[in-house]
Design a protein around this ligand. Structure first.
Ligand SMILES: C[S@@+](CC[C@H](N)C(=O)[O-])C[C@H]1O[C@@H](n2cnc3c(N)ncnc32)[C@H](O)[C@@H]1O
Length: 319
């Protein structure tokens, strides 16, 4: 999630962790950056203001349309690319770009996407049970509920939602999805809440359907698969001295980022006796953040969704 506000407020849109992103990105005129999650273009606008050339990727046509006008003044240095960031290398190659000086990803969905009832991301606004970031995607959340076997649905709630009551919730959701309807997001949220034991309903700090909705959204959009592919691609895309900044919003996203960054910045093992020394004395990347950067109180006060944001950054060692 991010700090995107409603469309009409887009001109004053302040992205999540804007100040640390600017500082760690340290974008300069002449550099080439790719923003893998363009959204409302808040981070991209900052990179452009710093003088960089930016390619902005998003798989949501509505987000791209909303942002196009905003970034029009930078048309000479900004290109919008439509697609999934798992294909970022191919998307850039099609523009004649083989490597970049910086890559940014602010993962998940934007507040604006959450607030669009018809997109079906939110349990607070009644809409179709859709949840696709790309409306041309192969299956909606309702399709998933109808087609996944019960065991797999419960497993999905456990893995992607860390939902302790996955079994009863999966049973209730499936019965509801296969029933006559109507099928709306608020109806689904009520079904999830009703499947929780009474004590859990009373003691949960967040809405009872938060975990289940997160799990469905991650599955519908294969969010973790996209992140995994991005992490596999990233080292080959960055030029020496290039920076990568990734912002995650829950531990399922943060864990693979943390592990990948740790592997890239770990010094090579010292040579064992009798074995040849490793090729490189230095790891290929330098950590720019020892711990994840999080939002301060002031930012959380103005944008409660920034509360769970974690920013990690690395730099490819100069040759
Ligand atoms: C949190 S918002 C980014 C907000 C942006 N940083 C800003 O300042 O407005 C995430 C955006 O990334 C897009 N997105 C998420 N996963 C994607 C993926 N795998 N490929 C392409 N776009 C993706 C979403 O559609 C959404 O518009």
């Amino acid at each position: 999630m991010c700090a995107a506000h409603a469309v009409q407020q887009s001109s004053e849109h302040i992205p999540v962790l804007a100040e640390p992103v600017r500082r760690l990105a340290a974008a300069k005129p002449g550099e080439v950056w790719v923003d893998c999650t363009l959204g409302f273009g808040g981070h991209t606008a900052d990179l452009l203001a710093a003088g960089a050339r930016v390619y902005g990727v998003d798989r949501d046509p509505q987000a791209r349309a909303a942002t196009a006008a905003r970034l029009a003044p930078y048309a000479d240095r900004f290109s919008m690319l439509s697609g999934d960031f798992r294909h970022v290398a191919a998307l850039l190659a099609a523009e004649g770009v083989e490597a970049v000086d910086g890559l940014l990803a602010d993962l998940g969905v934007s507040s604006w996407q959450l607030d669009q009832a018809e997109r079906g991301f939110s349990f607070q606004h009644a809409g179709p049970v859709d949840m696709r970031m790309d409306p041309a995607g192969p299956r909606t959340a309702l399709d998933l509920l109808r087609t996944l076997p019960m065991g797999e649905l419960a497993d999905l709630l456990r893995r992607y939602g860390e939902e302790p009551f996955a079994g009863p919730i999966a049973r209730a959701m499936k019965a509801w999805a296969e029933g006559p309807g109507p099928h709306s997001t608020t109806g689904l949220a009520a079904v999830v809440a009703g499947a929780l034991p009474a004590k859990a309903q009373r003691t949960r700090h967040r809405h009872p359907a938060t975990r289940a909705f997160q799990a469905l959204r991650i599955a519908v959009n294969d969010e973790l698969g996209a992140l995994e592919t991005l992490l596999a691609t990233l080292p080959t895309l960055l030029r020496p001295g290039g920076r990568a900044l990734l912002i995650s919003f829950h531990s399922l996203e943060d864990r693979p980022i943390k592990q990948a960054f740790a592997a890239w910045t770990r010094p090579p093992e010292p040579p064992r006796r009798g074995l040849p020394a490793p090729d490189a004395a230095e790891p290929p990347f330098v950590a720019l953040t020892r711990k994840p950067v999080i939002a301060d109180e002031a930012e959380v006060a103005t944008n409660p969704r920034a509360r769970s944001a974690k920013l990690r950054a690395v730099m490819r060692r100069a040759a």
